[in-house]
Ligand binder design. Structure first.
Ligand code: NAP
Length: 312
């Protein structure tokens, strides 16, 4: 029986692990991916984490993990398939939850959900068929395959613009296809993008189809204002249209908003007593490493407060 099980080992989960060990909680962190770090392991450069400008995302993730290891955090591999209420508990008694994974079952008095988010899909013909054959969701992972080639990035946020900048360093040409006439990305990234000679921005356009033979050779796009449609010849397309919370498993157990984010304020307390949420799966304004790390710390503090005076 654990005091706390943390599900997910991104920045929120690892931060929670550090705070939990320092608080003396008997804790376990369950991770689906054997490499800890969550989304940042695919990030080439993180330039806004205080004190470490320009750090590589993977390196930062390894530092986070080392910190948790140094304090003796217990890790288990597994994909969580269910969280069950065994005993609801009361004002004087701690609840008991069973966390079921594909590798084993564990019991705990509290849970911090830190499952983060995953890449949204376009849902257009050709996307699934050519995934891994020219359709990618991670420029830092797959970009190197496109040296000297023509690529497209779809999206207008920080990730899309970062991807386009990254790809421009070795692709002969990069198209940035965006559905509006202004980018959502941070101004500093936009300024860098606009100065790149081999990047062409295709404004007001959506991808309607991804075409190819064995692998991608073009994308079919439509201008949403003029309704004009055309094919753009590319060797690959990087889809960077945002993220979707990885919370489907908890939709029946916890109150979520219309997009699937778990409803909780800064203390991380969800609609179930003893279950807390931290990081990108929480409904909040700003999803960054720094806010995920802060969520992890806050959630552990809430766990401590929650367990005070309760019989275990
Ligand atoms: P995002 O900020 O939500 O941007 C998604 C982009 O995709 C938007 O431009 C959106 O268009 C577009 N889009 C959404 N659905 C679409 C669809 N079906 N078809 C075409 N385009 C679509 O997502 P993100 O760039 O993945 O970033 C996720 C979070 O991580 C953000 O909070 C971001 O700030 C953060 N992040 C920060 C950094 C950094 O600070 N260095 C780096 C990476 C990510 P509209 O603009 O028209 O809505």
């Amino acid at each position: 029986m654990y005091d706390l099980i943390i599900i997910g080992s991104g920045p929120a989960g690892l931060s929670a692990a550090v705070y939990a060990k320092r608080a003396g909680l008997n804790m376990l962190i369950i991770e689906k991916n054997p490499v800890s770090g969550g989304q940042i392991i695919d990030t080439y450069e993180v330039d806004n984490y205080l004190g470490i400008p320009g750090v590589n995302g993977f390196d930062l993730a390894m530092k986070f993990r080392e910190h948790a290891d140094k304090l003796g955090a217990e890790f288990a591999d597994g994909t969580v398939t269910k969280v069950e209420v065994i005993d609801k508990g009361s004002d004087t008694k701690a609840p008991v939850y069973k966390v079921v994974t594909d590798a084993g079952e564990y019991e705990t008095h509290t849970v911090i959900l830190a499952t983060g988010a995953h890449h949204s899909k376009l849902g257009v013909p050709g996307e699934e068929e050519y995934t891994g054959k020219g359709v990618s969701y991670c420029a830092t992972c797959d970009g190197a395959f496109y040296k000297g080639k023509v690529t497209a990035v779809n999206g207008g946020g920080d990730v899309a613009v970062e991807d386009a900048i990254f790809l421009s360093r070795f692709c002969s040409k990069v198209y940035l296809i965006h559905r509006r006439d202004e980018l959502r990305a941070t101004r500093i990234l936009q300024d860098e993008l606009f100065g790149l000679p081999n990047v062409e921005i295709i404004w007001d356009s959506v991808v309607k189809e991804i075409n190819g033979e064995d692998k991608v050779n073009s994308v079919h796009i439509e201008n949403v204002k003029t309704k004009e449609e055309k094919d753009v010849t590319v060797d690959g397309i990087f889809v960077a249209i945002g993220i979707h919370p990885s919370t489907d498993l908890f939709a029946d157990l916890l109150e979520c908003d219309e997009k699937g984010y778990v409803v909780a304020s800064e203390d991380g307390a969800t609609s179930m007593p003893g279950i807390f949420v931290a990081g990108d799966s929480r409904k909040k304004r700003l999803r960054q490493i720094v806010t995920a790390v802060a969520d992890g710390a806050n959630a552990v503090t809430s766990v401590q407060d929650f367990l005070v005076g309760k019989e275990k």
